[in-house]
Design a binder for this molecule. Sequence first.
Ligand SMILES: [Zn+2]
Length: 433
Amino acid sequence: MPVEMEKIVSLCKRRGIIFQNSEIYGGLGSTWDYGPLGVELKRNVKDLWWRSVVRERDDMEGLDAAILMHPTTWVASGHVESFTDPLVDCKKCKKRFRADDLEGESCPECNGELTEMRRFNLMFKTFMGPVEDEGAIVYLRPETAQGIFANFSNIQKAMRRKLPFGIAQIGKAFRNEITPGNFTFRTREFEQMEIEYFVKPGTDQEWYDYWVRERFDWYIKWGIKPENLRLREHGKDELAHYAKSCHDVEYLFPMGWSELEGIANRTDFDLRQHEKYSGRDLHYFDEVTKEQYIPYVIEPSAGADRATLAFLVDAYREEKVKGEKRVILSLHREMAPIKVAVLPLLRNRPEIVEMARRIAGDLRGHFKTVYDDTGSIGRLYRRQDEIGTPYCITVDVQSLTDKKVTVRDRDSMEQDRIPIERLREYLLGKLIQ
Ligand SMILES: [Zn+2]
C-alpha cells in the first residue's frame, strides 16, 4: 500500500519541500509553492528529463516558448470550442460540481436544486494592453504543445532537420479546473514536460510504440518501483478530439492509480489546423522521395509536478532501527535535493567545526552540500534521512589527527572511514552515473 497523502504533505511542510501558497492569507485553493528542498527536487526531475530527451539524443531540439500566444492559436487547436467541462451549480449552497461526477439530480452536499448543465471553458483569460475589451483577450496557455507546433517550421529550417525529429519543452500551463485536488497532483497552475515528435505518416504507429516504452522506462530508471507503474490504453470514448490513440503511464498514488504521463498519437491534426488558420504552408518537403506532406506527431506529455510527487511518494519509507522509527526518502541519488551533509560530531570544539566547514566548502562546488550543526548527531542523521540525502560526513576528534572522516550511506547506514583528500573522488564515484 502507498503511504497516506497526509504523511507526504506533512513531511513536505516540515522539511521545506512544499508549502501551501499564500498561507499567511489562509491559502489560495490548490496552489502550492516549492520550498528550498522542493525546488531542488523538482529541478532534478526536470534536468534528468531534459538530459534524457534532449542532451543525450541526436534527434531532439529544445524550446522555451512564451506562455501568452496569439489568440487564434486556441481557435485552431480546438481549445476555444471544445476545452470544456460540464458544470452545474447548487442553487442553495452555491457549490459547483462537474456534471459527470454527480450521481443523482440534486446537490450531494445539501440536497438542493441544481442549475442546468453548462459548458465551462477551462482556459484562463486575461487582457493584453490597457483596454479590457473582447479584442484584447489572450489566454494563459492550457498546454505547452501549441508553442511547439507554432515553431515547427522555424526550428526545422533553422536547425536543418530531417524527419523524424522531436522538439522538447518544459514550462507552465494553466487550466481552470473545477475540481482540483490531491495535493500537487491536480492544480490550476502546473508545469509540463512535453515532447512533440514529428514523423512521416505511416511510421507513426512504430514511433508511438517506441515512445510509450521509452517514457515508461524513464520513471523506472530514476527510481520508481516497477510494481507501482502501469500502462493503460485509452478507450475510443476517452480519446481527446485530436488523438488517434493514447496510452497513460499511471502511478499508484495514495488516492489510487492516476495518470503520470500521456503518450498520444496526435496525427497531423495540429499542424493541419495551424496551416488552415495561419495561412502558412506547414508541409515538410522530403528531399529523398521528393514528397510533400504534413508530419504526424507523437506526443509524450508529462507533468513535472506529478512526477515530483510520484518520486516523493515512491521514495517514502518508514522502518524500525533499534526500536525507533526511521523515516527515509530513498530517492535515486541524482534525484535527491541535497547530495552531501557535513556534520561535526561536537559543535563546541572549534577545530572540528572549522574542519567540517572547510570540507563542506570544498565539496559545495561539486555537489549540493549542506553543513549542519544544529542538533545531536542522531537528530542530524534523522533529518537528512527524511529529505533523502544519500551521504552524511561526520567529522570527529580523531579526524583532527588521522585526517579521515566517516561517510554514512543513507540506505544501508553503513559507514566508511575515508581520507579527507580522497573524499571528492569517493563521492564522485558514488553519486554520478
Ligand atoms: Zn448544495
